[in-house]
Design a protein around this ligand. Structure first.
Ligand code: TYC
Length: 106
């Protein structure tokens, strides 16, 4: 006798997980104002460590000078911390209290 079993198509849904291209969390490097570091020196450090042009470096320095702090750039944690440390060390080597800090981006 012929097999009359009805085979229903499999209609179960499979949830496809989109392949995740994970981006690493980013960290802001922040320049803090102080009363002692010469403006020209801050500009020099911004150009050397953060590869800014004269104009951008000047604008960033003046923003920190007027407002107390200025976000400079965002990088992966490692790069942000290394650059902040490097820039702070440059000031320290000249006896200036120039300070760069890092903070995770929301
Ligand atoms: N406020 C400093 C001055 O008047 C200049 C300065 C600007 C220092 C920005 C730090 O992040 C800074 N000499």
């Amino acid at each position: 006798m012929a097999d009359k079993t009805i085979v229903k198509p499999d209609t179960t849904t499979k949830t496809k997980t989109a392949p995740k291209t994970k981006r690493p969390p980013l960290y802001k490097v922040i320049l803090l104002n102080d009363d002692y570091t010469p403006r020209e020196f801050v500009v020099l450090v911004l150009k050397a460590v953060f590869r800014m042009g004269e104009e951008t470096a000047n604008r960033v320095m003046m923003t920190a000078h007027r407002r107390g702090a200025c976000v400079i750039a965002v990088y992966t944690r490692d790069v942000a911390e290394t650059k902040a440390k490097e820039a702070t060390e440059l000031g320290k080597s000249k006896g200036y209290p120039l300070f760069f800090t890092t903070e995770p981006e929301e």
